[in-house]
Design a protein around this ligand. Structure first.
Ligand SMILES: Nc1nc2c(c(=O)[nH]1)N=C([C@H](O)[C@H](O)COP(=O)(O)OP(=O)(O)OP(=O)(O)O)CN2
Length: 162
């Protein structure tokens, strides 16, 4: 039987500060606010003969890089069915429920997500991490995003069976 091991990566430095609002429906959203999000991961890989599975430093570096890419931005849900985002010079103009908001493009990231929630951030970041880990002998990756202590969403990728 194959010996698998689980690496848990839960570093204090794996965090990003971002502004967002959650959309609850076509007419209801939160006010703009921010969180210090933290990112953790669980990686399942086969044990090698020398008692080593996958080098966790590799994944630590990738997760840190992904956090840095989102740090200090306004995060907009580009795939929300409830808002329309247009580009106007230096600004994004967002239309939601009859209101309009302008965000400086240089301060804003429009992400391919349906809502700016911890669950959507976890799917987005998991996708990026899986992309960067392609070809490596991993069986499973679970990535969690917390918007604060005690509130977290996570997403899981599993290696397709042969
Ligand atoms: N399923 C989800 N529900 C909610 C999310 C989310 O990402 N996924 N996000 C929010 C809010 O953006 C955010 O949590 C603010 O909520 P709030 O409870 O008002 O404030 P805190 O996060 O600071 O939590 P405290 O318990 O007040 O410390 C809501 N729902």
């Amino acid at each position: 039987m194959e010996r698998l091991t689980t690496l848990h990566i839960d570093k204090e430095s794996h965090k990003f500060s971002a502004a967002h609002y959650t959309i609850f429906s076509a007419s209801e959203r939160e006010r703009l606010h921010g969180h210090n999000y933290s990112v953790s991961a669980r990686i399942v890989a086969p044990m090698g003969d020398n008692g080593f599975s996958a080098d966790y430093n590799v994944y630590k570096r990738r997760i840190k890089q992904l956090c840095d890419e989102l740090d200090e931005y306004m995060l907009l849900a580009g795939d929300s069915p409830h808002q329309q985002i247009g580009e106007e010079g230096d600004y994004y103009r967002v239309r939601f429920a009859g209101e309009q908001m302008l965000f400086l493009r240089s301060d804003t990231l429009v992400l391919p997500i349906r809502n700016a929630t911890v669950e959507e951030f976890s799917h987005y970041l998991l996708g990026r991490l899986v992309e960067r880990s392609r070809g490596e002998d991993l069986r499973e990756i679970e990535l969690g995003v917390a918007s604060g202590p005690g509130q977290r969403g996570s997403a899981r990728w599993q290696c397709a069976p042969d």
